[in-house]
Design a protein around this ligand. Sequence first.
Ligand code: SAM
Length: 277
Amino acid sequence: MLRNGLYIIATPIGNIQDISARALEILRLSEVIACEDTRVAKKLFSLLGLPLSKKFIKYEDHSEEKQAQNLIDLINSGAAVALVSDAGSPLISDPGYKLVRKCRKQNVYVTAVPGACAVVTALQLSGLPTNRFMFAGFIPNKDKARSDLFNELKNIDTTLIFYETAPRLLKTLEQAAQIFGTREIAVARELTKMYEEVVVGSFAEVTAHFIDNEPRGEFVLMIAPPTAHEFKIADVREILQKRLTETSLKTAVREICTQYGLNKNEVYALALELKNE
Ligand code: SAM
């Protein structure tokens, strides 16, 4: 028997064998299964050979408060509630955080059973720096929102990770290339499945690959952190702007290049851009 509480259970993202022994045990013993889609959850139970004689309840973060409170009431009346997503780790671009927050506020026992998660699996396989990374969820669909997001993130010194869908991949790569320019990227596809693939290279190389091989399946896009050089250019922008109000363009460019060891043509181009703004 399980103690009453909320159990956040990671399920496979493609390979059914990636379910953990602890996850199986808790799913078998839970009285209630809170899930995104009851049909998907029942299918998973069948594949895993788990009993279907449980209460399957649909849960979405954006649905009514009532739904979360209903689950908490079930916990308070003695039930073990397992929260599962359609695939992978709940709460990671999936519902659950509002429910966990509510449980915390009401002192309800919450625990997690870790397992498959596309962000982590993709990062592990990419060869991009793992010491600092930022997961930014799904990339917006609209051009303006997409470029606003990329501009917001471009000076952050971490590997950036996004979820993306097959039909939008090429458009996203095209727009990201304009903002992230020369950085190395990695695209992971169909992780843990038969056609698992990780393509690493420049924007041009990865884009060429997916022009030749039509994007299919599920995708994670990763972008390497900015190089020291990129940082310097971003850093000098403000200083250069100030110097341009005090001295000639030529002098300001020469000073900055000497002080920061930057390429004259690049700083000159930046100075012209600032002058024209
Ligand atoms: N909670 C899940 C997790 O732990 O990764 C993610 C759910 S989110 C709704 C679904 C997105 O995750 C997909 O559109 C894709 O970007 C990514 N994803 C999920 N499974 C994947 C896989 N096997 N390979 C690549 N990306 C995957």
